[in-house]
Design a protein around this ligand. Structure first.
Ligand SMILES: *Cc1c(COP(=O)(O)O)cnc(C)c1O
Length: 425
């Protein structure tokens, strides 16, 4: 396996792009080595600049629920491009995709499109603040909501810590209206909501950005009840889980209806799309009807809409959510005997087509916790051993794997046997 072209591209990239990458986790810092430059994708496979083929379990971090370059999505996008890529005026695709999201997701009456998950969350929070006339936002330690200033707040573990920025360049003042709570702790949430006037509580109902921290339904139900009781809005950040776990996202699976929801990833089918929505009353706060401003030059462009619509079409037509669930179950069955023989703690945490290889001693944590140093080192070795065996895992022990409809049982078997051999080495 050669990597000379990737290495050369990386060297050149580092001269003109900070760290050589357009998004930090791509840089392989958690696992060492230099990133692969990808030339093309096809179904479950990635091909790098040196022509090596990998079975991909990253799926561009979530959007590629049908696998790479699905022919029908490619055709829909190509046809849309021929008619013009953006008009800065409304198009029929927006009505179609918005209609689908609203029909599929519990409690949603309207959505507006943006071009990323970050923007979706930023905008949802602006509307929530406008609607409640309050400023405070509550988020949970370990949940990622994009890189908007007021949400880039690290975990202060323990009760209701004051937000402290986890990024340089974010003034204290920007996060002074953000509170961070631990996941899985009803008492802390109840106490904070009673004590402070909160505009919105935002959570990934299935937290998937610090490993997969599956929550108890009762905890999320408490957030639902307490926000309602205290006049705060509950926002489900479904940028990963929306249309991945079910047409109605995690909300459908959990049987909990939030006041607002944010989307991204899957609904764009590989194009840059985000969306946020809520009841007609909440969404009417937005300009041009209301006083909360929000806009975007490329929002709802016909090419992105075509990719999203076609992706949802195929998921529906091919019984996608059911098939993804059974793929996930197969993965669990195939990996179990391999994981049981691992020479160190290694567990599979899974829901639907989201799967996390946890190196935590206790298996499936419900709160964000740092891995011990030796676990990070083990993961780095494992990652490279898998890469040598043609398997592309997320390059961080805190990132989840994404299954797609392009994966078949045989690909999962390949993963399992590569893992067995990597662990043995
Ligand atoms: C990826 C992600 C975002 C940010 O979306 P971008 O498109 O990367 O801006 C926000 N929230 C969650 C839960 C995400 O996983």
């Amino acid at each position: 396996m050669t990597a000379s072209r990737s290495a050369d591209l990386y060297q050149r990239a580092c001269r003109v792009i900070p760290g050589g990458v357009s998004s930090p986790v791509r840089a392989f810092r958690a696992v060492g080595g230099t990133p692969l430059f990808i030339d093309r994708g096809e179904g479950p496979y990635l091909f790098d600049a040196d022509g090596n083929r990998y079975l991909d379990f990253v799926g561009s971090w979530g959007p590629l629920i049908l696998g790479h370059a699905h022919p029908q999505v490619v055709r829909a996008v190509t046809e849309a491009c021929r008619k013009g890529m953006t008009f800065g005026a409304p198009c029929a695709g927006e009505v179609e995709l918005a209609g689908r999201i609203v029909r599929s997701y519990p409690g949603l009456e309207q959505v507006r499109f943006v071009s990323s998950g970050t923007e979706a969350v930023m905008s949802a929070i602006r509307v929530a603040r406008a609607e409640t006339g309050r400023s405070l936002i509550v988020k949970f330690s370990g949940c990622y909501h994009g890189h908007a200033d007021h949400l880039l707040v690290a975990a202060g573990s323990g009760l209701a810590t004051f937000g402290r920025p986890s990024s340089a360049g974010v003034p204290e003042a920007f996060v002074s209206a953000t509170r961070v709570l631990p996941l899985d702790d009803e008492a802390a949430a109840r106490e904070l909501l009673a004590r402070e006037e909160v505009a919105a509580v935002i959570i990934e109902p299935v937290p998937a950005n610090h490993g997969l921290l599956l929550q108890r339904q009762a905890f999320l139900q408490t957030l639902r009840e307490e926000t309602r009781r205290r006049g705060a809005l509950l926002i489900f950040d479904e940028v990963i889980s929306g249309f991945r776990l079910a047409p109605g996202g995690a909300a459908e699976r959990l049987g909990i209806v939030p006041d607002m929801a944010t989307f991204g990833k899957v609904i764009g089918g590989g194009m840059p799309v985000g969306a946020f929505g809520g009841s007609r009353q909440i969404m009417s706060r937005l300009a041009p009807d209301g006083d909360a401003y929000q806009a975007g030059t490329l929002s709802g462009n016909p090419v992105a809409m075509a990719a999203g619509i076609t992706t949802l079409d195929i998921l529906e037509r091919e019984d996608g959510w059911h098939r993804l669930d059974s793929l996930g179950a197969s993965l669990e069955r195939l990996l179990q005997p391999v994981l049981a023989r691992a020479p160190f703690p290694l567990h599979l945490v899974r829901v639907g087509s989201l799967a996390w290889l946890s190196l935590h001693a206790e298996g499936a944590p419900r709160v964000a916790a740092a891995l011990p140093q030796e676990a990070n080192a083990r993961f780095a070795k494992l990652f490279h051993a898998m890469l040598e065996r043609g398997i592309y895992l997320p390059p961080s022990p805190y990132e989840v794997c994404f299954l797609s409809l392009a994966h078949r049982e045989e690909h999962l078997e390949e993963l399992a046997s590569a893992l067995a051999s990597a662990l043995a080495s």
